[in-house]
Ligand binder design. Structure first.
Ligand code: ADP
Ligand code: MG
Length: 439
């Protein structure tokens, strides 16, 4: 009621606005976080979502000093459901609402740095956001992890809503679509599901490679796609690979996905990586000299997410040590990342080749069964290093050595650990091999 009075007192809402939209609302639950309001019709719901929600949150804050999240339910829904209890914000049938865009506000075109590997994708995304449903439909963005597909997808949605807030944009991951679909079947709510997914103006579905293997979901998505497409609604999809490379994706989806435009994003070059770091550092008000930024960019080559991770790491490291960020500090902060990387990149067969060449014997001999000392010791060292320097399981390591049992690997490991503790020559040889393997 206090909130209602605030609305009433506001000249913006006086008269019919108040009487029609606000006076008719019934608060039905409040748990300190979610305020559930019962509305007489879906028109009311649209109106509240679009016009009154932010005001409501503001008023509620001025009274309770809490950020409440409003939830709107319709009278008729309450009658169907026995318990109107608030459900978690994400997942669950009640989260269906097309005014709920799930857009991430920070992922915009303004914060997206353009470079060689992404400029086509960025241009296509921008074009689509400027005239949704008219240019490329569907727009299909693909490429490896952490290269900005999700970012661009949200940027499209954000840009569309910014220019026309009445556009119903919905972002979902392919998993959410699949879960919603399965939930709808289980709860007998297919009508509602279809109503939500087929009444959007723009549907953004992220990571569709996870549709592979999900037959029923694919069929439903096919129908959703058809319904939207035939109404000239914009569809944007992302995947880590091309549609025809997604295992078990049905042909009819593969062919639909190729109707519009497919653009790939490739890994950023050094220049782009540096530019991204510069932009992030600036956004976070971090003061990092150019050579230190360049150094980070030169160390992290694979993807932008790792680049961001490295930057946060450097930031935290500088704070902890209370030291200015320079190239030396960056090198120290990033060393563990580099080691972890070397570890994950190293294979048992790299180790076997290295050990073989170090002791001037052949790979075949290491993998074989000959029991002469000149071969047995290198073989055991290679097993020892495989266990130390890779994450392979013991049976896997045994396999790599010509199909030996995992107990053989354990035995070799114990033997070399013990021997190297008392034998400085041996331990020197092992550390030499290790150093060579790390380069
Ligand atoms: P993907 O979906 O391709 O796996 P994301 O879109 O999630 O990758 O990107 C990973 C992170 O890197 C996000 O935080 C994103 O904002 C950032 N990012 C990726 N590309 C760029 C870019 N060109 N400019 C700025 N930030 C980027
Ligand atoms: Mg993504």
């Amino acid at each position: 009621d206090k909130i209602k009075n605030k609305f009433k007192a506001d000249p913006k809402f006086e008269g019919t606005t108040y009487d029609t939209w606000i006076a008719t609302v019934k608060p039905i639950a409040y748990d300190g976080d979610t305020l559930t309001l019962e509305l007489p019709s879906s028109l009311h719901r649209d109106y509240w979502e679009k016009m009154l929600k932010s005001q409501l949150v503001e008023y509620a804050y001025s009274i309770t000093y809490k950020n409440i999240s409003p939830k709107f339910v319709l009278e008729e829904e309450l009658q169907k459901e026995s318990k109107p209890a608030a459900k978690p914000a994400d997942g669950g049938q009640d989260s269906y609402s097309y005014t709920d865009t799930h857009l991430e506000p920070n992922y915009t075109f303004e914060t997206f740095v353009i470079g060689q590997g992404n400029k086509m994708a960025q241009a296509a995304a921008l074009a689509v956001s400027e005239s949704p449903g008219k240019l490329y439909n569907p727009l299909f963005l693909y490429g490896g992890v952490g290269l900005g597909k999700t970012h661009l997808m949200h940027a499209i949605g954000n840009n569309i809503v910014k220019h026309d807030p009445s556009q119903r944009v919905m972002y979902v991951t392919s998993e959410k679509f699949a879960n919603d679909f399965i939930g709808a079947i289980q709860n007998n709510k297919m009508d509602e599901f279809r109503h939500v997914y087929r009444n959007v103006d723009v549907l953004l579905v992220d990571d569709i490679q996870f549709f592979g293997n999900k037959e029923g979901t694919q069929d439903e998505f096919f129908n959703t796609f058809q319904a939207l497409y035939s109404n000239h609604k914009q569809i944007v999809l992302t995947s880590d690979r091309l549609p025809n490379e997604v295992p078990k994706l049905k042909d009819r989806l593969v062919s639909r996905f190729a109707w519009g435009l497919s653009v790939d994003i490739t890994a950023p070059d050094l220049e782009t990586r540096t530019a991204i770091l510069r932009a992030k550092a600036k956004a976070d008000n971090m003061d990092i000299p150019a050579d230190a930024l360049g150094y980070i960019a030169s160390q992290i080559e694979s993807n932008v997410r790792e680049l961001e991770g490295a930057l946060s790491r450097v930031q935290a490291y500088a704070k902890l040590n209370n030291a200015p960020i320079d190239t030396e500090l960056v090198a120290n902060a990033l060393r563990p990342l580099k080691l972890a990387k070397a570890r994950s990149a190293l294979t048992v067969s790299d180790i076997i080749s290295k050990v073989a060449s170090y002791y001037h014997i052949s790979v075949k001999e290491i993998k074989g069964t000959k029991r002469v000392k000149a071969i047995v010791v290198p073989r055991q060292i290679a097993m020892y290093l495989s266990r130390e320097m890779t994450d392979n399981s013991l049976p896997k390591i045994g396999d790599e050595f010509g199909g030996k049992d995992h107990t053989t690997v354990i035995h070799a490991y114990d033997k070399i650990s013990r021997a190297s503790a008392n034998d400085s020559d041996l331990s020197k040889q092992i550390s030499d091999i290790k150093t060579e393997l790390q380069h």
